[in-house]
Design a binder for this molecule. Structure first.
Ligand SMILES: Cc1cc2nc3c(=O)[nH]c(=O)nc-3n(C[C@H](O)[C@H](O)[C@H](O)COP(=O)(O)OP(=O)(O)OC[C@H]3O[C@@H](n4cnc5c(N)ncnc54)[C@H](O)[C@@H]3O)c2cc1C
Length: 433
């Protein structure tokens, strides 16, 4: 109705902007666009398959009883500004040639600009045995609300033994979250006076605790200090829940009494059904500086759905969103795109005992020590109570500032260098390895 009135008023058809996915990226992009365009200038439609917006960083705290489902889930539609059309249905496929989205409920949406923001989808069934015997009994994931809640019960009942935290395959959302889980598990069992009864092991397909050398050394050292074993280059081929062991493709074993597994992540299934849209994993290749997809100039990708050499993280999605909105405007105005997204990522790493570490990096600069966002600010690559408070406060900022599309003071899409110790960079050869 709003769109029809707008045509009558101006005689010009509003741009049709369709956003697939109403999570972090879809919501903040829709809200920023709604502020940028009047109702007579653009119609904005968001499609999501459900109406439960989960604050995903909160999932980390659920297994330890530090927060609960009801504290981290809100209705999706309520996060969208007035004047945004919200459809609760799944996407069936995109017909790029016809510039039309086909929905599972039979509806069709024609678009002038399409934003793919359907995130990453967990595929536990792709790992042999993972959802077989023992699933949700002694094999869990905290990457879903159901899994995180079930794990809370299992941790409360755990009487000691071998607890294994395993990443099956990269990429995953928030690559530091499984490490945070290890640190919190160490804290949890110490608090309960049973740390000596628990053998904690972090099993990763990477060759170190993390991808970037300076941070990998630091995080590896923190695992060691806490007596958490690190098993690297372990590519999980099978989870044998009955016998309690992970098996790698090269026939190594990691035995467990309780396993916390981060399953394989793919792009949404409709991407594969949309000819020309995605890659083999269902992610959408895009220009790493403009976010314009390689599929068509009027399709953009944001957040976890995009295939870019950057972490799948809410902070990345937020920084990309700022550049994306500018580029949608430029595209619709027929102007050259802004190629300013530098791969900026920023992440609080909860380390237990009310402390956290902060890392800040981009495509070219790995996480380095110093301060963020300038010489006086939060300590980088260093545990502190201040960073823990920052991590907790972020949930409020997420709902009240980031999603509504407000700028966060001092935090921008371009990575700041002012407070960083650039001398501690590793040489490029080591970084590439
Ligand atoms: C345990 C955990 C901890 C995390 N911690 C942090 C952290 O500390 N810091 C940080 O920066 N990031 C963190 N993240 C990552 C962060 O939550 C994500 O990177 C971010 O939410 C990505 O936003 P997005 O919009 O790309 O995807 P999402 O927010 O996941 O949204 C995708 C949306 O697409 C919808 N969708 C999917 N398929 C379809 C379909 N076929 N039809 C219709 N709709 C569909 C989904 O329902 C979903 O709403 C964490 C993630 C997890 C799981």
């Amino acid at each position: 109705m709003a769109v029809r009135l707008a045509i009558v008023k101006t005689g010009v058809k509003p741009h049709r902007i369709v956003i697939l996915g109403g999570g972090t990226g879809g919501t903040l992009t829709a809200n920023r666009l709604r502020k940028a365009y009047g109702l007579d200038e653009a119609s904005i439609t968001v499609v999501d398959q459900d109406d439960r917006h989960v604050y995903q960083p909160g999932l980390l705290f659920v297994p330890f009883g530090l927060t609960h489902d009801e504290d981290i889930v809100r209705p999706r539609g309520r996060q969208l500004h007035r004047g945004i059309d919200y459809r609760t249905t799944a996407v069936d496929h995109v017909d790029i040639a016809a510039q039309t989205v086909h929905l599972v409920d039979g509806g069709e949406l024609a678009y002038d600009v399409l934003v793919v923001a359907t995130g990453a989808v967990l595929a536990p069934e792709e790992t042999e045995g993972l959802v077989g015997p023992g699933w949700m009994e002694k094999v869990f994931t905290f990457y879903t609300p159901e899994g995180a809640s079930a794990l809370e019960g299992a941790l409360a009942r755990f009487e000691g033994g071998r607890l294994v935290v395993n990443v099956v395959e990269m990429p995953i959302k928030c690559p530091v979250a499984p490490l945070e889980f290890c640190f919190l598990a160490d804290w949890f069992f110490r608090e309960r006076g049973m740390r000596d009864d628990v053998e904690l092991t972090y099993v990763t397909p990477l060759d170190a605790a993390f991808t970037r050398p300076v941070a990998a050394r630091q995080l590896g050292g923190m695992l060691e200090q806490r007596g958490i074993d690190l098993v690297t280059e372990f590519n999980t081929g099978e989870v044998d829940g009955a016998a309690g062991r992970l098996l790698s493709f090269d026939e190594r074993e990691a035995p467990f009494d309780l396993a916390v597994v981060v399953p394989v992540h793919n792009g949404a299934a409709y991407v594969a059904r949309s000819e020309g849209l995605g890659d083999a994993l269902g992610f959408v290749p895009a220009d790493q500086h403009t976010l314009q997809s390689l599929a068509a100039p009027n399709i953009f990708a944001v957040g976890d759905a995009a295939s870019l050499p950057v972490s799948k993280a809410g902070s990345v999605t937020h920084f990309e969103g700022e550049v994306l909105v500018e580029n949608i405007r430029r595209f619709l105005d027929g102007k050259a795109l802004d190629a300013s997204y530098d791969g900026h990522a920023n992440c609080f790493i909860e380390t237990g005992f009310s402390r956290a570490m902060l890392i800040d990096f981009n495509y070219d600069i790995e996480p380095l020590p110093g301060h963020f966002p300038g010489p006086v600010g939060l300590p980088l690559l260093k545990e502190s109570h201040l960073n823990h408070l920052g991590k907790l406060m972020f949930q409020w900022l997420y709902w009240h500032s980031l999603l509504p599309g407000r700028d966060l003071p001092g935090v921008h899409s371009a990575m700041p260098n002012a407070g960083k110790d650039l001398r501690s960079r590793t040489d490029p050869e080591e970084r590439a390895s």
